[in-house]
Ligand binder design. Structure first.
Ligand code: FEO
Ligand code: CA
Ligand code: CA
Ligand code: CA
Length: 579
C-alpha cells in the first residue's frame, strides 16, 4: 500500500481501494419516513431519518456474514449548514429547534451485502432500525438509580432520564451491545451564572455547567429541563456511558451509572482472565483523566441476561502515570490505577458512593491522578492484550506542567499511549506504559514513531479514535489536523519489522473530521464516519465548502462510508503487504 496524499473536498483512498457512502444525514430509516429533502425538513421526518454528525461506528453481525446492524452516534448538529438564513439559535423556528433535537442521539439500521466483495446497503424499514434522540426515554441503572441527585420534577423517582446528546466515541461489547459516551453535554443547558458552594455547585463548576451561557440550539425553548436555573439536577442525568442492545429495539437504552459521570469519550470492554469485564474510558477535556471500571460479575458466553448486568456494578479506578526519565530516549514508565470505588463502596474521603459516581471528576481530583492531554478513545488490542489511548492535544499545557506521559507544552499534535497491564491481567492495579507515537511532522525532533525511520512515515496530528485489525495493527482517525491538511485515517503496525511504520490510509473531505474507524471482522472493509463536512467559520447554506458525499448535493451531509479493495484481498492484507 502506498500512503495517500491529502485531498481537498474528496475522500482519498489508496490505489486499489474504492469507497462509497452507506448512509448519510437525512436518509430515511424507519418505515414511512420520507426521503431526505433539504428544503423541506420537518422534525417528524428527522425522527425517522439518519441523524446528523456521525461519530462512533459499531457494526455487529446479524446472522450471516452478509447481514449486519450498523449503530452510529449522532454527536451534534451544524445548524448553519442545515438551515437557510440561519442567524443564531434564536433565529430558528420551533420546528427547526425540534429538528436539531431529533438529529442528535444514535441511529441503528440493518444492512446487507450480496457477498464479501460487494457494498453494504442499508435496509429502510427493517425490524431492528431505530432512532434514539434527545427525546428518547432511558433507564438509569447502577448505584445512582433513584438517588436524590438525579431526581427532577418530571422524574421524581430518578430512574428515567430522557435523551442522549453530545455522544462521541463508543465501543462494542463482547456480548454484542453498543456503548456510547455522552461527552460535551454541558453546552445544551442554560446555565446559572455562578456555581453554588455545595457539592452540586462545585460539580457544576467542574463540569462546565455554571458559566451563565444559554442552551445551545435553544432547546430550553421547547423543554424547560434544558434550563438549569429551573431544573438544576437535569444535568446529573447526562454525562454517562449509555448501552444499547441493537437486537432489542423495544428495550429502553440504558445509562450506566457505575462507570461514573464524565465528559465520556467512549468505553471499550475486554473480558479479563478471571471472567470479569474491564471497561477503559477517557474523559475528554484538557488536564482530565483516564479511568477503568472492573465488573463485579463475570462474563458468560451466550448468556445475554447475565452479561447485560455486568456494567451495573463494580469497581472504578483512575490512572496515575510515573515516568522513568526521558534520558533513555523513550517516554515511558510505570503506573497505577487509583481506586475510587472498591467492593461497592466509595474509597474517596468525604464522598458517598453515589457522590463519587455523579461527581467523578471531583472524586478523582482528590486522589492525585495524572492530568492528561485530552484522553479520547481508549481501547484494548485483543491481539497483544495492551491498551491504547489517543491523547489528542492540549494547547494549554505550560512548560511547568510537563510530565513524561504528556511531554510537550502547547501540545498541538497529541500522542498515543500504550498501557501493558502487569502480568497481562486487566484487573490488577499496576502497569507499564510507553508513548508509541508522538504525533506531528516527522521532521520535528520531538516526534516519535515507535522507533521507526521517520523519513518513511506520514505526518499525523490530533489522534482521536483508535481501532485494530485482526492482525493487531493500530488504526487511528484524526480530528483537527494542526499540520494544515485534511484529517484522515492512519495505519501503524505495532510489532515486527515495520513496527512504527505509520502510513496514511484515508484523507477525508474539506473541513470534516474522520471518525470510526472500524475494521470489519474479516479485515475486508474499513468503515469511517465523516463528521461535519464543510464546517468552517463563514460557511452557510449559500457559502458551501463541501458537497460530500453525493455528486449533485447542494449541501454537505455527514455520512458513514466504507472503504474496500477493488480486487479480492483486503485492507488487512494490503497493510501487511506494505509491512
Ligand atoms: Fe467528541 Fe472527544 O471528541
Ligand atoms: Ca523514559
Ligand atoms: Ca472524539
Ligand atoms: Ca475505537
Amino acid at each position: 500500500m502506498d500512503p495517500v496524499a491529502a485531498g481537498t473536498d474528496k475522500v482519498v483512498v489508496p490505489e486499489g481501494f474504492q469507497w462509497a457512502p452507506i448512509i448519510a444525514w437525512g436518509d430515511p430509516i424507519l418505515a414511512g419516513a420520507p426521503a431526505f429533502d433539504f428544503d423541506r425538513q420537518t422534525a417528524a421526518a428527522q425522527a425517522g431519518q439518519m441523524g446528523y454528525n456521525c461519530d462512533y461506528v459499531g457494526v455487529v453481525r446479524n446472522g450471516s456474514a452478509n447481514q449486519a446492524v450498523l449503530v452510529v452516534n449522532n454527536e451534534y448538529t451544524n445548524n448553519d449548514l442545515m438551515f437557510h438564513d440561519y442567524a443564531g439559535a434564536t433565529s430558528m423556528t420551533d420546528d427547526q429547534v425540534e429538528i436539531t433535537i431529533n438529529a442528535h442521539g444514535m441511529t441503528v439500521v440493518e444492512m446487507t451485502r450480496k457477498n464479501p466483495n460487494s457494498k453494504w446497503v442499508y435496509t429502510k424499514g427493517a425490524p431492528l432500525n431505530r432512532r434514539i434522540t434527545a427525546q428518547t426515554p432511558f433507564e438509569l441503572v447502577g448505584p445512582v438509580r433513584g438517588h436524590d441527585l438525579v431526581k427532577t420534577s418530571a422524574d421524581p423517582a430518578g430512574t428515567t432520564p430522557v435523551g442522549t446528546f453530545g455522544n462521541c466515541a463508543g465501543g462494542t461489547t463482547p456480548w454484542g451491545t453498543i456503548l456510547s459516551g455522552e461527552e460535551n453535554f454541558n453546552g445544551y443547558f442554560t446555565q446559572p451564572a455562578a456555581p453554588g458552594t455545595d457539592l452540586a455547585g462545585q460539580g457544576a463548576a467542574r463540569y462546565g455547567l455554571a458559566g451563565g451561557s444559554s442552551a445551545q440550539h435553544d432547546w430550553d425553548r421547547l423543554d424547560e429541563r434544558f434550563d438549569l436555573t429551573k431544573e438544576p439536577q437535569e444535568a446529573h442525568r447526562h454525562g454517562w456511558v449509555v448501552e444499547v442492545n441493537p437486537f432489542d429495539p423495544s428495550a429502553a437504552p440504558r445509562k450506566l451509572s457505575a462507570l461514573g459521570r464524565l465528559k465520556h469519550e467512549g468505553a471499550n470492554v475486554v473480558v479479563a482472565s478471571d471472567g470479569r469485564v474491564v471497561a477503559y474510558m477517557g474523559d475528554d477535556e484538557r488536564f482530565d483523566y483516564m479511568y477503568k471500571f472492573i465488573s463485579k460479575g463475570t462474563y458468560v458466553e451466550g448468556d445475554l441476561a447475565n452479561n447485560l448486568t455486568l456494567l451495573e456494578e463494580g469497581d472504578l479506578y483512575v490512572a496515575k502515570f510515573s515516568g522513568d526519565g526521558s534520558a533513555d530516549g523513550l517516554h515511558d514508565g510505570t503506573g497505577e490505577w487509583l481506586p475510587l470505588v472498591v467492593d461497592g463502596q466509595s474509597t474517596v474521603e468525604g464522598m458517598t458512593l453515589e457522590e463519587v459516581l455523579v461527581f467523578t471528576r471531583l472524586a478523582a481530583d482528590k486522589v492525585g491522578p495524572t492530568k492528561m492531554d485530552r484522553p479520547e478513545d481508549v481501547e484494548v488490542n485483543l491481539v497483544n492484550g495492551r491498551v491504547y489511548a489517543a491523547l489528542t492535544n492540549n494547547s494549554r499545557r505550560t512548560p511547568a506542567q510537563l510530565d513524561e506521559a504528556n511531554p510537550r507544552a502547547s501540545n498541538k499534535h497529541g500522542q498515543v499511549l500504550e498501557i501493558t497491564p502487569s502480568s497481562g491481567d486487566h484487573t490488577v492495579t499496576g502497569f507499564d506504559w510507553k508513548l508509541v507515537l508522538v504525533c506531528g511532522d516527522p521532521d520535528d525532533p520531538e516526534t516519535y514513531f515507535n522507533g521507526y525511520d521517520k523519513s518513511q512515515v506520514s505526518p499525523i496530528s490530533c489522534p482521536d479514535n483508535v481501532a485494530f485489525d485482526s492482525a493487531g495493527n493500530l488504526w487511528i482517525a484524526t480530528d483537527g489536523n494542526a499540520l494544515g491538511h485534511c484529517d484522515g485515517m492512519y495505519l501503524m503496525p505495532l510489532e515486527g519489522e515495520h513496527k512504527g511504520h505509520l502510513q496514511q490510509f484515508l484523507s477525508v473531505p474539506a473541513f470534516s473530521e474522520c471518525c470510526g474507524p472500524l475494521v470489519e471482522w474479516d479485515d475486508r472493509v474499513v468503515f469511517a464516519a465523516i463528521q461535519h463536512p464543510g464546517e468552517e467559520t463563514g460557511a452557510s447554506t449559500t457559502n458551501v465548502l463541501s458537497r460530500f458525499p453525493y455528486q449533485g448535493n447542494t449541501q454537505p451531509r455527514p455520512a458513514v462510508i466504507m472503504v474496500w479493495p477493488e480486487a479480492k484481498g483486503g485492507p488487512g492484507k494490503g497493510s501487511s503487504k506494505a509491512a
